[in-house]
Design a protein around this ligand. Structure first.
Ligand SMILES: Cc1cc2nc3c(=O)[nH]c(=O)nc-3n(C[C@H](O)[C@H](O)[C@H](O)COP(=O)(O)O)c2cc1C
Length: 317
């Protein structure tokens, strides 16, 4: 039975969920209502990397519902990035208030905003004054170092007509250690005026059931690493079932199409192998012996050996 009320979003993972991945995932699996594009940001010297801009080209994203995201430290940077996305015709733009990496937070970006609510208030006031044609949503963590920062942040966000807020109940200093705390999400629900989307550590159907016992009314979830480990997860959460053999065939189809698409996109076997290696860091978790799968992939020094390794993994593991 397909659960029509359940909304599932694909989380943005810089380096993993690029347009090749998104489009292949959409074609083979799907079950996702919105796909978030990893953040667009300034690089060194206020220049935007060409590869990041390519990610938001409308022609790379025609087949599926996508939401681009911006990572910014101040008004100027925010307006510059938003203007590009508005020009490309995006109707929703997500504001990153959660990136935990010190490289971002030390420069006032991402989760650093959780400690400067007044500046956030001024910046959003100016953003809305610009009258952009796009709507805005937010993706945030619970705090920078203090898991209560979100309270003040939500008080600010409540004053603006955001479409929704994706909330990952961890601090930035936790990075990905420990566990996301659904109780913080429950606290946020009672404070936020906007619809909240739950994000964090949703890896399986049993995680989902557990979350539903703590958050019984919650029907919107964003999945990051869980979807990379098991691309069938969104459809399974929506009630679809497969025989093991059928699922294995679909996983192989997904892998083969991704390899094909990366071969068209990337130049040189080294780049293709590197990209597929990265993909397997999560995808190997779908197999009974992830460590062995990863080892086989890693030791493939060329595409011929890689293809043989993939055949072995799908046959034996
Ligand atoms: C390698 C990596 C890259 C990420 N890149 C982004 C990003 O560009 N923008 C963003 O908002 N979150 C980013 N995230 C965070 C994820 O979107 C998500 O919030 C986090 O992984 C928690 O969800 P999960 O437990 O379902 O994976 C990234 C996470 C990882 C591990």
């Amino acid at each position: 039975m397909i659960q029509n009320t359940l909304k599932l979003y694909q989380a943005p993972l810089q380096g993993f969920t690029d347009f090749t991945f998104r489009n292949t995932f959409f074609a083979v699996f799907g079950g996702v209502d919105k796909y978030f594009i990893p953040y667009l940001s300034y690089g060194k010297g206020r220049e935007i990397k060409k590869s990041s801009v390519r990610e938001v080209f409308p022609e790379s994203n025609t087949a599926l519902p996508v939401v681009p995201q911006v990572l910014f430290s101040d008004e100027q940077e925010l307006f510059d990035l938003v203007s590009i996305l508005v020009e490309y015709g995006y109707e929703e733009i997500n504001l990153n208030l959660g990136c935990p990496y010190p490289m971002a937070t030390n420069k006032g970006r991402g989760a650093a905003w959780l400690q400067k609510p007044e500046e956030l208030n001024r910046t959003l006031t100016q953003l809305y004054k610009q009258g952009y044609s796009a709507n805005f949503s937010v993706k945030m963590r619970a705090g920078l170092t203090n898991d209560q920062d979100f309270r003040e942040t939500l008080r600010v966000l409540n004053q603006f007509p955001l479409t929704e807020i994706i909330f990952h109940p961890r601090t930035a200093s936790q990075m990905y250690t420990g566990k996301a705390n659904p109780q913080l999400f429950a606290d946020a629900l009672s404070l936020a005026k906007h619809p909240l989307v739950y994000n964090g550590d949703l890896f399986s159907e049993s995680d989902f059931q557990e979350l539903k016992t703590i958050l019984p009314e919650q029907n919107a979830f964003m999945i990051g690493r869980g979807l990379l480990m098991d691309p069938s997860l969104p459809l399974r959460l929506k009630g679809e079932t497969w025989q093991a053999k059928e699922l294995r065939k679909k996983m192989k189809e997904f892998h083969d199409q991704l390899l094909e698409a990366n071969s068209v996109r990337l130049q040189g076997n080294g780049h293709i192998l590197m990209k597929m290696n990265q993909f397997w860091t999560y995808f190997s978790e779908s197999f009974e012996n992830p460590h062995k799968a990863m080892k086989l992939v890693k030791k493939s020094s060329n595409l011929l050996k890689y293809n043989a390794a993939v055949v072995e993994i799908f046959r034996d593991l």
